[in-house]
Write a protein that binds this ligand. Structure first.
Ligand code: ADP
Ligand code: MG
Length: 715
């Protein structure tokens, strides 16, 4: 008999789960509810965990009050109505060492699901109640008649009526019938890295005979997921380098020509740090090259990224092009606009159409709040080339925003723009398929593995040090009234000494309006009590633009000592005289947000403080606040944040398509992320279109979306 050719992921994905023996329309429907429609979906529905049957501790030895996993047999099941018409199902099980009663509230179907004699895994907190062991609403895994030492436990849906043993059975059948799978990883690489082949890995993760086998299988499958992603990213970067045409920006104008960049650097009240110089040099070299720049600029809060971004924009202007800076929120765009205007104050650009042959450099702000009149004027002068820099929000992406020659784009990614939006802005570049240069900034650092994954198609520049003379901000987690009182006393002392403070009001989830109301009440209260006698102002997102600007201006000018605000000041406010930051209900904020808020102080030469108020509502929140107290380093905190929250929050909606990470974790698998990256670099370097690796090539083609496929593989 001729052996069947090994199967590809695509072929597994083309077979419906209904071909499996015990999957009829009803079960198929239940599987669909869990997102499983094809055999590929099924065999990549990985076990949530594995339980080693031979190494279970006995129920009688398990600690009361702690979470426990129990493997036991059902002895009896009873159901009755209790108060309020609810149903209580009580199930008694035993593992031979002791009995355990499980109470299920409002889950009447449990009495059908669980039957005497069945073997089940139960996971929950072990309690003692009237001298008996008990669990309330434990997680139940039916393992049916599965034998074997290691039992896989699958993410299952009780509601959909699927049990872990049914899933296991179908997966077993699917893998058996699939037989050998194509392995996209070259043998040489696989052997060098000591990895399993794909067929073995997939079989072993589902049906291991030891826990060690699980580890080996997992590592291989994790590498597969990450490698697909990295190969696509590396290919994308390379394809762009080779194919896209950019502007050769004039970084050093010929003698006699005005040198805006030099004038700008001379106008700064400080010298660039070595780290900034290095970052700028990298960017300038990109700008001078004929290929468009795609670079990520990372640096801690206050490391001086803005100056560098503005320098890049100026290079465009210097060559007669324009620059755009896009921020994710209006407040942020306004802050950037202000910062840019201040930095560029007094700079002049050549303009042959004027009497003097030059005019002041022009910067405008475009957001959804820009009036129709202003907007029309911006559009017109942009097209005529009379506007040099445009700062704004998504409003920059609308169709009627047309540049005469867009040369450099800076995208501030604080809240993440989609890849599509960055691309939309790039398309506004100069005509003839010439792309502008793009610099992406993040407000606070993101972990290395996340950067590799989310921004893996970009070159990276890191500003590694803060400007000299910064005093570290003393961070205090003020728990309890006495500690809070100290925080307010500090605010008053600093105010009396002529310095300034921010008070950030609790985050209110409901709406901006509710948040604004809460801030207003807090402002009224503080003014009357804790901060009585200080000049206090309020700023929140719902205030009219004029009012808000007036309050901010007063604070900047030092006429106001304390600014009570919502998170509108999160990013971009730069008042070196501010020395105290008080964050109320700090546990409601994310780590990056708190670090960013703290970065608003410690910008001058005076000592500064950051007070985090309130208790921790969860252990994770407590760990977050403690981390902030212990570290002032944004890169360290970013790693810590990844540990605490996992990658979901960091990747956000970026992950999509069939290249989803199902098994890989940026946190747990940091080393494999790096490994996948280096393997991808190596493969693409030696075989740019992967023609020598047809299996890998086909798999990449299959896993990226159509547009990406066209881009990566067009000849
Ligand atoms: P980031 O955007 O990285 O958080 P900013 O660009 O807002 O940081 O810079 C923070 C502050 O430091 C600003 O007031 C800026 O003018 C100032 N600054 C930037 N570079 C330097 C430097 N080399 N020396 C002194 N101060 C600097
Ligand atoms: Mg260039």
């Amino acid at each position: 008999v001729r052996e069947r050719a090994p199967r590809t992921l695509a072929s597994l994905d083309s077979v419906s789960v209904e071909v499996l023996r015990n999957v009829g329309p009803r079960k198929a429907n239940a599987l669909t509810q869990m997102g499983i429609t094809t055999v590929l979906d099924l065999v990549t529905h990985y076990p949530r965990r594995h339980v080693d049957r031979t190494r279970r501790s006995a129920l009688q030895d398990m600690a009361v009050g702690e979470e426990a996993t129990v493997l036991a047999r059902v002895r009896s099941v009873s159901a009755r109505r209790i108060r309020g018409g609810r149903v209580l199902v009580e199930v008694t099980v035993t593992d031979g060492s002791a009995y355990l009663t499980c109470s299920f509230f409002n889950q009447p179907w449990r009495s059908k699901q669980l039957r005497r004699g069945q073997e089940v895994f139960l996971n929950g907190r072990l309690e003692m109640f009237r001298g008996r062991r008990r669990m309330t609403n434990p997680v139940v895994d039916l393992i049916g008649d599965r034998t074997g030492k290691i039992v896989p436990v699958y993410p299952q849906s009780d509601k959909a009526g699927l049990s872990t043993w049914e899933l296991g059975g179908w997966i077993e059948e699917a893998l058996r019938r699939a037989g050998r799978l194509v392995d996209p990883l070259p043998d040489e690489v696989r052997e060098r890295l000591g990895l399993l082949d794909r067929t073995a890995a997939l079989n072993r993760i589902h049906f291991p005979s030891s826990m060690e086998e699980v580890q080996g299988a997992r590592r291989r499958l994790v590498l597969d997921e990450l490698l697909r992603l990295q190969v696509a990213l590396v290919m994308r970067r390379r394809a762009r380098q080779e194919r896209s045409l950019g502007i050769r920006h004039v970084v050093e104008p010929a003698g006699g020509e005005p040198n805006l960049l030099e004038s700008f650097k001379r106008s700064l009240p400080f010298e660039l740090t070595p780290s900034q110089e290095k970052a700028l040099a990298e960017i300038l070299s990109d700008l001078a090259s004929p290929h468009p720049m795609h670079r990520l600029l990372q640096g801690d809060v206050g490391s001086g990224k803005t100056v560098i971004a503005v320098a890049a924009l100026l290079v465009a202007v210097q060559g007669g092009h324009q620059g755009a800076l896009m921020a994710p929120t209006e407040v942020l765009a306004e802050q950037h606009h202000l910062a840019v205007r201040e930095l560029l104050d007094g700079l002049r650009v050549p303009d042959p159409s004027t009497l003097l042959g030059e005019r002041p450099l022009r910067v405008a702000l475009l957001t959804n709040r820009t009036t129709a009149g202003e907007r029309a004027e911006i559009h017109a002068s942009l097209r005529r080339g009379q506007l040099d820099l445009l700062v704004g929000t998504h409003a920059l992406l609308t169709e009627d925003v047309r540049f005469s020659s867009l040369g450099v784009i800076v995208v501030d990614e604080q809240h993440r723009f989609g890849v599509e939006q960055r691309a939309a802005l790039r398309r506004k570049g100069a005509a003839g398929g010439i792309e502008p240069d793009t610099l992406v900034m993040t407000a606070t650092p993101i972990p290395r593995t996340a950067a590799m994954t989310v921004f893996g198609d970009l070159e990276t520049t890191v500003i590694a040090e803060l400007p000299p003379g910064r005093r570290p901000v003393e961070t205090v987690w003020a728990l309890g009234e006495a500690e809070e009182a100290k925080a307010w006393r500090r605010v008053m002392e600093e105010a009396r000494a002529g310095r300034q403070a921010y008070v950030v009001c609790p985050l209110v989830e409901e709406s901006e309006a509710v948040q604004a109301r809460a801030a207003t009440e807090e402002f009224e209260r503080l003014r009357r009590y804790e901060l009585e006698g200080a000049t206090v102002e309020l700023v929140h997102g719902q205030m009219a633009a004029g009012e808000k600007e007036a309050a901010m201006d007063a604070f900047r000018a030092g006429r106001v000592s304390v600014l009570v605000t919502t998170t509108v000041i999160e990013v971009g406010v730069d008042v070196p005289n501010a020395t105290v930051m008080v964050v109320e209900d700090a546990d409601r904020f994310g780590m990056a947000q708190l670090h960013q808020l703290r970065g608003r102080v410690g910008r001058g030469s005076a000592a500064s403080w950051c007070y985090l108020l309130g208790g921790a509502s969860t252990p994770e929140a407590g760990a977050r606040l403690q981390a902030l107290v212990e570290s002032a380093n944004g890169f360290e905190l970013a790693e810590k944040d990844l540990d605490l929250r996992g990658e979901g929050a960091i990747l956000g909606t970026r992950q999509k398509g069939r290249s989803d990470l199902k098994l890989a974790s940026l946190r747990r698998d940091r080393d494999v992320v790096e490994l996948a990256r280096s393997v991808a670099e190596e493969l693409v370097q030696s075989d740019p279109d992967l023609s020598g690796h047809p299996n890998l090539r086909d798999e990449i083609r299959y896993t990226v979306d159509e547009e990406e496929e066209r881009f990566l593989f067009e000849s």
